[in-house]
Design a protein around this ligand. Structure first.
Ligand code: ATP
Length: 353
């Protein structure tokens, strides 16, 4: 039967109902616009907003799907990593329904949700087969992962300082753009000259596939600091945005190429690179990564934009994949603000990959 998925790990409140074959029966997402006033997500406000909106969204998607709770095969709720207040709300709502109706509960790792989205049958024809290489690029994470099975994920590299989305958000703030910064930087970059400012390409050419963005961020801050206080001239802001984005794209392309090498050494059969996370919405980045993959004989898959950021479709999908393997969680499962994808408790055997 279908699975109800709930997402509340950050500032999106979302619910979705998926059929076992991955067909989306209903979905709803509310983005909490209030945070823009503060220039970032305020955890307390986010938690209260989830509390206010999630029950209504659940009712909405169940009506839309034409189902009662008894028609569900299980409930899947984002249970980490993320902001603990929101996680407690979402997993609590999920557990309440599971308890009342005697349904299985799946505590979903939000990163595994990004990781397994490519297996939705509509994306890659028939769903991406294991193994594949995942670049997880979001506001909180920046990692290269070998996805080898449900709960079997091997981190090949990650950022040694900021996440890439965080760098976009911080640069946006420096050049006077609103929050979230990524989409605003991308729009402005389209009007700028990417060659005017020579920003550094941290770690480019180094072995491994770790990332670093703090040096690039500092370089942008230094350029901005040379201007008098107040708004930057419009063209200068556009040139900075374009220069910054070009540096990110260059670094990513280099790191992705290294990640493919490392992945191949582990998984000679692997032939697919997948991107996930909010930054995967960036068109310049997608284009560059697709080229890197193609040059190495790899296929490339990127979820549609609405499945890149916070959404419950991907959470429900993990529920379907885990239930299929008989993997459920107890109702006293504790939400985890930190929950690495390669943690032992992710694996079906409890032993790590
Ligand atoms: P996580 O999923 O790791 O917990 P998160 O909730 O911050 O973190 P997402 O919602 O997946 O992550 O992504 C949000 C991030 O994506 C923000 O940093 C935002 O600036 C960035 N982003 C969104 N669209 C774009 C874009 N077009 N270009 C670059 N960055 C983008």
């Amino acid at each position: 039967g279908p699975v109800l998925g709930l997402e509340s790990s950050c500032d999106e409140t979302a619910a979705a109902v998926l059929a076992p074959d991955g067909q989306i029966l209903a979905e709803a997402v509310l983005s909490q616009a209030d945070h823009a006033t503060y220039g970032g997500v305020v955890p307390e406000i986010a938690a209260r907003a989830h509390l206010a909106h999630l029950p209504g969204l659940v009712g909405q998607v169940m009506r839309q799907a034409g189902l009662g709770f008894d028609g569900l095969a299980g409930i899947a709720a984002s249970s980490g990593p993320g902001l603990i207040g929101g996680l407690i709300v979402g997993s609590g709502v999920g557990k309440g329904i599971a308890l009342a109706r005697g349904l299985p509960f799946v505590a979903v790792n939000h990163l595994e949700a990004h990781a397994l989205t490519a297996r939705l049958p509509g994306l890659v024809l028939g769903g991406a087969p294991f193994p594949y290489l995942l670049l997880l690029l979001s506001g909180g994470h920046c990692q290269c992962i070998a996805v080898e099975g449900v709960g079997r994920h091997v981190r090949l590299g990650s950022t040694i300082d900021d996440a890439v989305g965080e760098a976009f958000d911080k640069v946006a703030k420096m050049i006077g753009l609103g929050w979230p910064g990524g989409p605003a930087v991308e729009r402005l970059a389209a009007q700028g000259d990417p060659t005017r400012f020579a920003f550094p390409r941290p770690l480019r050419g180094r072995p491994g596939c770790d990332f670093s963005f703090s040096g690039l961020k500092t370089a942008v801050a230094q350029v901005v600091a040379a201007y008098p206080p107040g708004p930057l001239p419009a063209q200068d802001a556009a040139d900075i945005a374009a220069g910054f984005q070009a540096a990110v794209v260059d670094v990513m392309a280099d790191r992705a190429a290294r990640a493919i090498e490392l992945f191949r050494a582990r998984q000679p059969e692997g032939r697919l690179m997948v991107v996930g996370g909010g930054v995967a919405a960036n068109t310049a980045l997608r284009t560059a990564l697709e080229r890197v993959a193609a040059a190495r004989g790899f296929g490339f898959a990127a979820p549609p934009l609405r499945l890149c950021g916070g959404n419950a479709v991907m959470v429900a999908w993990v529920g379907i994949e885990r239930l299929r393997l008989g993997l459920t969680d107890a109702l006293d499962h504790a939400p985890r603000p930190r929950w690495p994808l390669d943690a032992a408790d992710m694996s079906p055997t409890g032993a790590g990959p």
